[in-house]
Design a protein around this ligand. Structure first.
Ligand SMILES: CC(C)(COP(=O)(O)OP(=O)(O)OC[C@H]1O[C@@H](n2cnc3c(N)ncnc32)[C@H](O)[C@@H]1OP(=O)(O)O)[C@@H](O)C(=O)NCCC(=O)NCCS
Length: 251
């Protein structure tokens, strides 16, 4: 399993790198945030697939890679209209997108968050009792917020594995961190977690790079953390970007 990070500034101008269906879908999105994030996730997905299979990454070649969605919203990929046996998961936050990719991974989920304020109400309403304890005892000055966002991210990754997304009650999946003491550190190393749900126990990994928190969860496997793909941006150097704020509507 491999991962790749892309930033908003890397997304090409023009539409050559998109399939006709992707360009048509993007053109229906009137809000800059929605359209920018959709395009950023497409670009990260295509670059990750290209890097994983040794496909060229110029705009015309990327236009042969389609990043599509099932009825559930879960993504899948085709190259020249054919499935390559690759599974992907996509996420974006604050101008940065991550794609997880690999052959026959089955159900996987990735989710990117930033350390931001989470209210007592958020923690009370969306986290389980055991997760609330992790938040309450998290070390470091931003430990409680980091823990709340990390747990939230792992829940979203698990809900992507389950294909329900936030249609499900977030308390039906419980996040267990193997070593919560690393939360405040920003060490940039992968650390183990798992998620317990009615459907079983899902293995996962998490890492903190600066203000970014990244989680990966899978239905099975994941004995090792994902390997970074060549050409990936460095999340530890990434600054959160909120470009849509200055222009909320697409012109
Ligand atoms: C899955 C979900 C929690 C992710 O939301 P988010 O954290 O705001 O956004 P992220 O950037 O982390 O992830 C978005 C990506 O998650 C993936 N995704 C969406 N729904 C998914 C699902 N049910 N299962 C797995 N992955 C899903 C998609 O690849 C999506 O990007 P894309 O639409 O550009 O392909 C959220 O989309 C959700 O709860 N959806 C509910 C289901 C829904 O309404 N689906 C739409 C049906 S068309």
């Amino acid at each position: 399993m491999q991962w790749l990070v892309c930033g908003e500034s890397q997304v090409p101008q023009g539409q050559q790198w998109l399939t006709g269906a992707e360009a048509a879908r993007a053109s229906t999105m009137r809000f800059s945030k929605r359209r920018t994030e959709y395009l950023l996730r497409r670009y990260a997905g295509k670059c990750a697939v290209a890097a994983a299979v040794g496909h060229a990454s110029d705009p015309v070649s990327l236009g042969r890679i389609a990043v599509l969605n099932r009825m559930t919203g879960a993504p899948y990929v085709e190259v020249d209209g054919r499935a390559l046996g690759l599974d992907i998961s996509l996420t974006d936050r604050a101008g940065w997108s991550v794609c997880l990719v690999g052959p026959d991974l089955g159900a996987v989920g990735v989710d990117l968050e930033i350390v931001e304020l989470r209210s007592d109400g958020f923690v009370r309403d969306f986290l389980t009792a055991a997760e609330r304890d992790i938040v309450a005892t998290a070390p470091g000055s931003d430990g409680p917020d980091a823990a709340a966002n990390l747990i939230w991210s792992a829940k979203e990754s698990a809900l992507k594995v389950l294909r329900t997304g936030l249609r499900a009650d977030t308390r039906t999946v419980e996040v267990v961190l193997e070593d919560p003491s690393g939360i405040g550190a920003g060490a940039g190393d992968w650390q183990r977690l798992h998620v317990v749900s009615g459907a079983g126990r899902f293995p996962g990994w998490w890492r903190r790079d600066g203000v970014f928190l990244l989680t990966v969860v899978a239905a099975t496997g994941l004995a090792e953390p994902p390997h970074v793909l060549p050409g990936s941006a460095d999340l530890s150097q990434a600054e959160p970007i909120h470009s849509w704020v200055n222009q909320p509507l697409v012109e």
